[in-house]
Design a protein around this ligand. Sequence first.
Ligand code: IMP
Length: 503
Amino acid sequence: MAKILDDISRTFNEYLLLSGLTTKEHIPANVDLSVPISSFRRGEEPAQKLNIPFVSAAMQSVSGSDLATALARRGGAAFIFCSQPIEVQAAMVRQVKEHKAGFVESDSNLPPTASLEDALTLKKVTGHSTIAITENGEQHSKLLGILTSKDYWEFKDDLSRPISEFFTPLEDLVLAKEGVTLTEATELLWKNKKECLPIIDEQGNLASLVFRKDYFDHKSNPDELTDDKKRLFVGAALNTFDYMERAEALIEAGVDSLCFDSSDGYSVWQKDAIAELRKKFGSDITIGGGNVVNEEGFRYLVEEGGADFVKIGIGGGSICITREQKGIGRGQASAVLDVAAARDRYYEEKGIYIPLCSDGGLNNDTHIIMALAMGADFVMMGKYFAMTDESPTPKVTYKGQLYKPYWGEGSSRARNWQRYKQGDGPGMKFEEGVDAYVPCSGPLDKKVNLTISKIKATMCNVGVLNVKELHEQAVLTRISEMTLVEGGTSNVEQLDRIYAERD
Ligand code: IMP
């Protein structure tokens, strides 16, 4: 007869954290959010850590190289999606690894024959007011000068005139040759009181630009996550089909962490794949497994496969319809609590700590805090990052609001059949994800800063200064529906609603 578990599948919404003693030490500035992303033995330090407990989902509509760069700069890591050809995924990894902080590609270039009107149109499209004037209007062509908004008066000058009459020519610019270090470039900007420093190659072609504002930006990114060569940290996903060939290409491209992307990781295919990769690449490379929702799945991937970290979650993703289609899954809070208890038991027994990642279904900042309090070391999010400017999809306007497309890997748009083993051969027989839109939430760093402020503030209320202490000391209470209602506003008319009705 089928076994029915005693517990009910629970979600993060059904819990609240109790406050603990907050001392003078418990201030946000003292909270350390770095967490392990690779397994380690008792008494040792993990080989790899995240500086903030966030990774982005391995999805086409989420983790491209721009998002990976922005997230690593903020202290987390992206897992570049694997539902694309191996060489394209490896090229994305390479792009992140080759990102030179401070040296930016010039995306606004024009030939000298273009008109001022063309320059204004380009400025609107890119949002950048510095335009490189090159011989043929491409970035890697001979640099002739720079046009900025200081060179013309939009409402006074004749916009049909060629920009050759306005731009600042080469002889009046401060330039540097390729090979210059960022420190030297910054020094030149500072000494010459300039906003922008063009970098040229031996032939005088434009290579990149260094901006004064990026110096301040860099200074304000103290959590930047890098490898031991100071290159940005990046992860990438694997499937259980072409994993060997894919892993080889990704490692060659410089990937820092690999992770199997599967809707159900409790399978012999994933266990064998992790074990084979381990055999081939040793313990130098981090390999995550998942997704699982119970102790059996966790132990199988760790003990028999050799997974370095384990992802938890089936059926909770915002675009996911797995539970409706197949009746498989578990409430995310129950899954995290169960696997975290299993992880702690494993640590007691073997002295090896396996970091856990809560993946999917985190619909607000409170859910993230709950996932961490319940034992996750870090969280993987799709929708949260799909909404940011840096996700790979274009912005679209609907009824005056900005949106971004967001689709599941199991939707017919992504057709990531390797993630959902539905039959013997390739292809998907039915969908497990939907194709949707999410509101645009602006730049990634601003969004993450706000969430991090909330997490740190909660940790101070709980009386803890790091995620390990949060795991050990968090006290949670289950809540009734009425408690949930009590937690919202009551008997007040909120101004924004009054204004919305009036307008
Ligand atoms: P979100 O953060 O709630 O949007 O969930 C993102 C997570 O959903 C991903 O990290 C995957 O684990 C999972 N996921 C991605 N695509 C699909 C799908 O098509 N169906 C079901 N789950 C998906």
